[in-house]
Design a protein around this ligand. Structure first.
Ligand SMILES: Nc1ncnc2c1ncn2[C@@H]1O[C@H](COP(=O)(O)OP(=O)(O)OP(=O)(O)O)[C@@H](O)[C@H]1O
Ligand SMILES: [Mg+2]
Length: 365
């Protein structure tokens, strides 16, 4: 399936540094000049989940396989991007293809690192980017509205629905607000997503702070926090530079370094979890002596579709899912114990999989 989170922001704010830290590579060139990145860098990242290790320990699984999500490091956007400034439209197209946005804001001072607008002001930066995305959405909607005029006149049902949604989006965009504030009815959700509006994508602010502020944040990240809260969006405080260094260390060295910095958890783990949450995702597990594995589904996914994430045949031939809740698996010390205690449930096609479920699928081939 592959859920994709796009790393977006002004040039030279630390997007590629963050991407390298997340993917534990130096795949993306990160350097102190604007527009260092042009082609997007794409990388897979393991989603940290301590429950998986706990399950593997109980089942004595030989292999532990976390679930993954994708991060895309996108080129920096500048004022006028929607009009083709910088490398404008091409970058906007890269953003269109992601499911959610991690918006990196420079909250570090360092006079040696160039700021494209010559001052460090993350709230103003956030507005600059948002304005570009709003303008880009308006332009694409105006074009698309013209394209469907005929169909709407002809009474084409789909086109009528699209027109209604496009007009609702335009109304808020014209007020300078992002399309994500539009309340979308369940029956419109699919058509809404198909419009791929940039400002309809869920967003998470990433405050990139100095090394010294990694634990507590600073005045700038606090301002971003206020802005995010007023919009109902999440924010994460992280020092991309220090995270990049930590990501190169062996696990025990990394733990030691984190303690020195006063951090209980790598900022990256917090960011990945926040992104996972933002995407509306949850995890189920398959656990046995061979492997313990985490799988990603959207919240609300029914058992057959959840099985389909492993293999299409599992979904097509779905019979039932033997299900043990995570807490029961722990309390009963594994599958056999859970079975004896009557905690192994047989769930059918209409079962909505819960976060943490340990599942075993039975299917016809
Ligand atoms: N938290 C931080 N503190 C100090 N310097 C940082 C921090 N994060 C990143 N930098 C530095 O900022 C510079 C720009 O970083 P990077 O190349 O990652 O930016 P970018 O957003 O990907 O830029 P572009 O849009 O041009 O691709 C680099 O020199 C990097 O080391
Ligand atoms: Mg870059």
């Amino acid at each position: 399936m592959g859920f994709r989170m796009g790393i977006v922001g002004l040039p030279n704010v630390g997007k590629s540094t963050l991407f390298n830290a997340l993917t534990r590579t130096a795949a993306a060139q990160a350097a102190n000049f604007p527009f260092c990145t042009i082609e997007p860098n794409v990388g897979d990242v393991a989603v940290p989940d301590p429950r998986l290790d706990t399950l593997a320990a109980i089942a004595k699984s030989k292999q532990v396989i976390p679930t993954r999500m994708t991060f895309v490091d996108i080129a920096g956007l500048v004022k006028g991007a929607s009009k083709g400034e910088g490398l404008g439209n091409q970058f906007l197209a890269n953003i269109r293809e992601v499911d959610a946005i991690a918006h990196v804001l420079r909250c570090f001072e360092d006079p040696d690192v160039t700021h494209v607008d010559g001052r460090v002001d993350p709230v103003a930066d956030a507005e600059t980017i948002e304005t570009e995305l709003i303008i880009a959405d308006m332009e694409s909607l105006e074009k698309r509205l013209q394209n469907i005029v005929r169909k709407v006149r002809g009474g084409d049902k789909e086109a009528v629905q699209q027109e209604r949604l496009m007009k609702a989006a335009l109304a808020v965009l014209e007020e300078g607000k992002p399309a994500r504030v539009v309340e979308v009815a369940d029956e419109d959700r699919k058509a809404w997503r198909m419009m791929q509006l940039l400002t309809a994508k869920p967003v998470l602010y990433v405050c990139n702070v100095d090394e010294a502020d990694a634990a507590e944040g600073n005045a700038l990240s606090a301002k971003v926090g206020e802005m995010a809260a007023s919009q109902g969006n999440a924010h994460v405080v992280i020092s991309a530079k220090i995270e990049e260094e930590i990501s190169q260390l062996a696990p025990d060295e990394a733990a030691e370094f984190l303690t020195e910095l006063g951090l209980s958890e790598a900022g990256l783990d917090r960011l990945i979890k926040a992104g996972y949450e933002l995407l509306g995702l949850q995890t189920y597990f398959t656990v046995g002596p061979k492997e313990a594995r985490a799988w990603t589904i959207r919240k609300g996914t029914l058992a057959p579709a959840a099985a389909g994430v492993i293999h299409g045949d599992f979904e097509r031939g779905f019979i039932r899912a033997e299900t043990i809740a995570y807490d029961d698996y722990l309390a009963c010390k594994g599958e056999a114990g859970a079975r004896d205690a009557g905690k192994l449930r047989a769930e059918g096609k209409t079962y909505e999989v819960k976060d943490g479920d340990v599942l075993h699928f039975l299917f016809n081939t």
